[in-house]
Design a protein around this ligand. Structure first.
Ligand code: ADP
Ligand code: MG
Length: 691
C-alpha cells in the first residue's frame, strides 16, 4: 500500500481499532494530522555519560551491554521486579523496573542499549530506577537524543505516539511549502519539511529552536494575512464621509462640566478624522474603567447627527444601556438631536415612553438621530434609515455572531454604504498584543484617568485580618456606603460560579452580617432577575452584593465604596484592576480588599503589583508575563483561532509576520500571484471566525 498525507491512521501498519479510537480522541485522523501534532516538551537524553560518572539523583543517559537480565517476585509482595546488570568500559550498575516483566522479552543478555533515568542509593547500593531503555540502532527514538513528549489521552503511551510519528515522518517530504521564498530568506526561516522533522525528532537544540520559530511563524503569519485581508476588504467599502463641525464641537466641549483629558482629546480627534474618510472606520477605543469613553463617543455621535446620519450605541446589558441613555440625553438636551432607548423592556423616544411599533417606525424613517440599546437593536424588525456610526460598548461581551449580525443589518438603505464602527473596551490590551488580537482594528487609547480621582486604597488581607475587614465594611455601611464581594470559581464543574457565590452569600447573610441585606447575582439568574438585583443594589435596598466574576458588575453604583475580592490569586491582575474600578466613582474614599489564602511568594508579589499600580496597561503586561494571554482575554469565546505553538507574547515574530503580510498585500492586494497563500488563507478562514 502506498501511504500519503491523507492516508487514514487506521490504514497504517500495527494500528488496531482501539488505538485508532484513542488517536481520534486527540483529533488525529490521518498522516498529516500526526505530522502537525507537535510535542509539548522534550526530554534531552542526548548527552551520554560513562557509567562511572553517574551521579546520585541526576537524570542521565548511559550506553551499556546487558550482562544479565531476569524477573523475580518481590519477597512477600505481589509484584514483579526486573533486574539487569549493565556495564560499559568504565563500570557496571544494576537497573531495576517494577511490574514490567515483559521487559525481559524486549531486552536480552548481550544486547547493547541506552538507558535514561536516575541513579539512586538503595540498600543494595547505587541502582538505576525504572530507566527508559532502547536498544542501540542506527537512529534512536526514545533515548540518547532529544526525545519528544506529547500530550496523551488515557491508555495511549508516549512510546506509541513516538513510534507512529517516526513511522510517518518521511512523508513530511510531501508537504508543500506555502510561504514565498523571499519571505523565508528575509526572516531566515527553515523549510516546512525540515521544521516538521525537527520539531518531532530534533537533531540538536539549535535546530529545534529554528523549527519552533518556523512553525510559530506559520500560525502568526496566517492571522496577520487574514487581518490584512479584512483591512483590504474594508478599505474598498464605501462609508458616509462625516464632516467635522469644529465650532459645534467646541461649543459642546466648552459646555461640559469638566475639561477633557489630553488623551480623550486625542482619541476624539483620531475618530473624527477617521470618519471623514469615505472608507468605513474600524476602530477600537480602549480606556480604563472611568477614563471617560462615553463623552468621546458622544463627540463622534454629535458630528454624525450634525451630518444628518443616525448613530447607534449598543451596550451589553439593559442597565448599561439605560445609564448611557441618561447621559446622552442629558448632554444633547440643548441640541436639535432626538435620542431613543430601545431594550427588551423599555422603549423611549426623547425621554417619553412609547410603543415598540412607534420606535421601530421612528428608527426606520429617521425621526430619531441617536439610538441607544441592547441586543434588541439587532432584532430582525429593526431597520435604520441612514445609520452612519455604530458604537459597541464592551465589545468583548458580544459574541461573534452578534457582531456579524449588526454588520449585516447596518448597510445603509438604498446604497451599498457601510457605517463607521467604533468598539469600546475597558480591557487593557497591550499594544503589541492588540496587533495580533485585533489587528484589523485601528486603536485609540485613553491612557489617563481624569484628574482629581481619589485613589482606591488597596490592601492584601491575610486570613488573620479577615474579621478586621468585616468590621471595616460594617462601619462603611453604617456610614451609608455599600460593598461588593466577588467570588472566584472554586470547582471546575461550577462553571458559572453559582455554587461558590451561593455559599458565600449564605455565609455572609447567616454568620457575618445577619442584620444587613445581602444580595446575590450569578450567571444562572435570568436576564430580568439579574437586572432586578442590580437595580435593588443601585437603589440601596441591598447593602452588600455578592457576585461571581462571570457577571461583570459593569454598572455605576457611585455609592459603593468597598470592593472585596475572595480568592484573589485565581484572577489576573487586569481583571482585579477592573473589579477595583467599580468603586471610587464618587467623592467617598474607596477601598479594595484583596483576600487570599495563598502565602506563596509569587502570589503575594503579583498581588503587590495591584497595590502599587493604578495603570491597567502596566498590570496587563505583568499578567502576560505571569500567566500568558489565553485565559486573560478569554480568547476561546472570542472566536480567535487556537494557537498550537505560537504565543501571543512572541512579539518579534508577530512584528515580522505583520511586516511580511503588509508587504504582500501592498504588492498584490488579491494575492493573484500567491495562489498557495490564497489557498491556505481560504482554508484558514473557513476554520476561524475573526470577522
Ligand atoms: P468609562 O470609560 O468607564 O466608560 P465613563 O465614560 O462612564 O467612563 O466616565 C466616567 C465618569 O467620568 C463619568 O461620570 C464622566 O462624566 C466623567 N468624566 C469623563 N471625562 C471626564 C474628565 N475629562 N474629567 C472629569 N470627569 C470626566
Ligand atoms: Mg463605559
Amino acid at each position: 500500500m502506498k501511504i500519503n498525507l491523507q492516508t487514514g491512521i487506521n490504514e497504517l501498519p500495527r494500528i488496531g481499532i482501539v488505538l485508532n479510537k484513542r488517536l481520534l480522541k486527540l483529533g488525529l485522523n490521518n498522516v498529516e494530522d500526526l505530522l502537525f501534532y507537535y510535542p509539548f516538551r522534550y526530554d534531552d537524553f542526548s548527552h551520554i555519560i560513562p557509567i562511572a560518572d553517574l551521579k546520585l539523583s541526576v537524570h542521565s543517559t548511559i550506553r551499556g551491554r546487558i550482562n544479565i537480565i531476569a524477573n523475580k517476585r518481590a519477597f512477600r509482595r505481589k509484584i514483579y521486579i526486573t533486574e539487569a546488570i549493565i556495564s560499559d568500559d568504565t563500570a557496571s550498575i544494576k537497573a531495576v523496573w517494577f511490574n514490567q516483566p515483559f521487559i525481559t522479552k524486549l531486552l536480552n543478555q548481550g544486547d547493547e542499549a541506552y538507558f535514561s533515568g536516575k541513579a539512586e542509593t538503595t540498600s543494595y547500593g547505587l541502582q538505576l530506577i525504572s530507566p527508559s531503555y532502547e536498544k542501540v540502532k542506527k537512529d534512536q527514538t526514545h533515548t540518547a537524543r532529544i526525545v519528544p513528549v506529547y500530550s496523551l489521552t488515557e491508555n495511549l503511551t508516549t512510546k506509541q505516539l513516538r513510534y507512529l510519528i517516526k513511522l510517518v515522518l518521511p512523508l513530511s517530504q510531501q508537504l508543500a511549502e506555502w510561504i514565498p521564498q523571499d519571505i523565508l530568506d528575509k526572516f531566515k526561516l527553515i523549510s516546512l519539511q525540515k521544521a516538521i522533522q525537527e520539531i518531532h525528532f530534533p537533531t540538536n537544540n539549535k535546530i529545534l529552536a529554528q523549527a519552533r520559530n518556523r512553525l510559530k511563524f506559520n500560525e502568526l503569519f496566517l492571522i496577520q494575512l487574514k487581518t490584512q485581508a479584512i483591512r483590504q476588504k474594508i478599505s474598498q467599502q464605501q462609508a458616509p464621509s462625516i464632516n467635522f463641525n469644529q465650532p459645534l464641537t467646541k461649543k459642546f466641549v466648552n459646555a461640559l462640566p469638566f475639561t477633557l483629558t489630553a488623551s480623550q482629546k486625542q482619541a476624539a480627534w483620531q475618530i473624527l478624522r477617521n470618519m471623514h474618510q469615505d472608507a468605513p472606520m474600524n476602530r477600537l477605543l480602549e480606556g480604563d474603567v472611568g477614563s471617560g469613553k462615553t463623552v468621546v463617543a458622544a463627540l463622534a455621535m454629535l458630528n454624525v447627527a450634525d451630518n444628518h446620519y443616525q448613530a447607534a450605541l449598543m451596550a451589553p446589558t439593559e442597565i448599561l444601556a439605560q445609564q448611557h441613555y441618561k447621559t446622552i440625553k442629558q448632554v444633547f438636551k440643548n441640541y436639535p438631536i432626538k435620542t431613543a432607548l430601545l431594550t427588551r423592556t423599555e422603549k423611549i423616544i426623547g425621554g417619553k415612553n412609547t410603543t415598540k411599533k412607534n420606535i421601530t417606525e421612528a428608527i426606520a424613517d429617521g425621526q430619531v438621530n441617536i439610538i441607544i440599546g441592547t441586543h434588541a437593536l439587532i432584532q430582525e424588525k429593526i431597520t435604520f434609515n441612514n445609520l452612519g456610526l455604530v458604537i459597541i460598548d464592551e465589545q468583548h461581551r458580544f459574541g461573534v455572531d452578534q457582531r456579524k449580525l449588526l454588520k449585516q443589518k447596518t448597510y445603509l438603505k438604498n446604497t451599498k454604504q457601510t457605517p463607521h464602527l467604533l468598539s469600546m473596551t475597558a480591557t487593557p490590551i497591550p499594544r503589541s498584543l492588540a496587533l495580533t488580537l485585533y489587528g484589523d482594528l485601528d486603536l485609540s487609547i485613553i491612557s489617563e484617568l481624569p484628574q482629581g480621582r481619589k485613589k482606591v486604597m488597596t490592601k492584601i488581607v491575610p486570613p488573620e485580618k479577615r474579621q478586621h475587614a468585616y468590621q471595616f465594611i460594617r462601619d462603611e455601611i453604617k456610614n451609608g456606603r455599600q460593598a461588593f464581594v466577588i467570588c472566584p470559581l472554586i470547582e471546575e464543574s461550577d462553571k458559572l460560579g453559582v455554587k461558590a457565590a451561593t455559599q458565600e452569600h449564605k455565609k455572609l447573610q447567616k454568620n457575618i452580617f445577619s442584620d444587613l441585606n445581602i444580595g446575590l447575582v450569578h450567571g444562572r439568574l435570568k436576564g430580568d432577575e439579574k437586572e432586578n438585583v442590580m437595580q435593588d443594589f443601585k437603589k440601596k435596598k441591598i447593602d452588600i452584593l455578592v457576585a461571581t466574576s462571570v457577571i461583570e458588575v459593569g454598572i455605576d453604583v457611585p455609592n459603593a465604596s468597598v470592593m472585596m475580592i475572595e480568592g484573589a490569586e485565581r484572577f489576573g491582575l487586569a481583571q482585579l484592576h477592573q473589579f477595583r474600578g467599580r468603586v471610587g466613582r464618587a467623592d467617598h474614599q474607596s477601598y479594595c480588599f484583596v483576600f487570599t489564602d495563598s502565602d506563596s511568594e509569587k502570589t503575594i508579589n503579583r498581588l503587590k503589583a495591584l497595590v502599587e499600580s493604578r495603570n491597567g496597561f502596566e498590570l496587563a503586561e505583568q499578567d502576560l508575563a505571569f500567566r500568558g494571554p489565553g485565559e486573560i482575554y478569554g480568547l476561546r469565546q472570542s472566536g480567535f483561532p487556537d494557537l498550537k505553538i505560537a504565543k501571543l507574547t512572541d512579539y518579534s515574530i508577530i512584528e515580522q509576520t505583520k511586516q511580511a503580510s503588509v508587504s504582500i498585500f501592498k504588492q498584490d492586494p488579491f494575492l493573484d500571484n500567491f495562489p498557495k497563500l490564497r489557498e491556505k488563507l481560504d482554508y484558514f478562514t473557513q476554520t476561524i471566525h475573526l470577522e
